[in-house]
Ligand binder design. Sequence first.
Ligand code: TYM
Length: 342
Amino acid sequence: MSQLAVDPATGPATTRERVFSGIQPSGASHLGNYLGAQVNYVALQDQYDAIYGIVDLHAMTTVHDGEELRRLTRDMVLDLLAVGLDPDRCAIIRQSDFPEHSELMWIFDTVVPVSWLERNPTYKEGRAEGKENSNGLLTYPVLQAADIVIYKASRVPVGKDQAAHLELSREIVRAFNRRYGEIFPEPQAVYTDAPVVLGIDGARKMSKSAGNTIPIFAEPDEIHRLVMSMVTDPQRIKRSDPGRPEVCNVCQLHRFFGGDYLQIQDGERTARTGCVQTKQLLAERIVEFFRPMREKRARLAAEAGHVEEVLAAGAAQVRPILEATMAEVRAAVGIGRGPGTA
Ligand code: TYM
């Protein structure tokens, strides 16, 4: 039985709190996505009415080839199923299947001061580098707010890199509710215990756009190659130099792949072990950890039509929720025919 049992005539039939999170299909899922967010997507599907969106409209800000975007969107559905999302316990949707997300973004756009959006670091960086930012990049967090609250979701599992976006979503909700009445709950982030995961360069956030990721479903050889290329403690030059586990990204990642990470970190600190050895062990553990998921993903990928079936089932579950919200919003802001009109 689906957790999202909804009677279209009466709206949501459950009083459980709702979860929404979105992930961009802008490349393969990586360790940052998994440790920062996907772990919680899976954990929360049993405690909440959970909806997970593949946010292809957001990905249009960086993926500019239509065929590629469609392929990446399907790939992301497979990734989410492989990490443990179960379509019988949550809804997996494709954002672009619901133009209402963009409609609500526009409604929010009429409420949000531009200055709030200009604070967005991605937008500011673009400007500082002299890039011509698209309007889509500016209004990106407004679409994100719409994604969440169109389902009246109150919990949002995301990585800590999304803290500012979530705060902005809350501000947008407050501004809207002040103008039109208490329609939306303020969404709250739900974090894992992972920090913002750094990339193989050890310097910047692991991200598809920085090209510093370890894709979780890469072939074992590729994972080994990437882990072996990771930057460790830059001050540990010779094998006999003591290391600083707190600045070594390899040591930090060991925390998530074995209960003996304190010993591993101690080995680095005392120079009992070398970086090469520590990296080899990490690579083996990552490969083993994701092996069953990688195998499941390969099985699912071979089932023709499965991805579209999952998306159709997700769409059927969430449509009544979103239609109920939009009817309320359109009535409040005064667009459309209005309630009670013959
Ligand atoms: P995106 O697609 O960049 O990332 C998806 C999720 O993975 C987390 N994440 C990380 N966590 C820790 N360390 C990292 N290096 C790392 N990289 C990615 C992200 O925090 C995110 O939870 N704006 C969102 C997509 C979005 C969304 C939403 C999220 C659109 N609408 C509504 C929540 C609710 C983004 O770009 O995520």
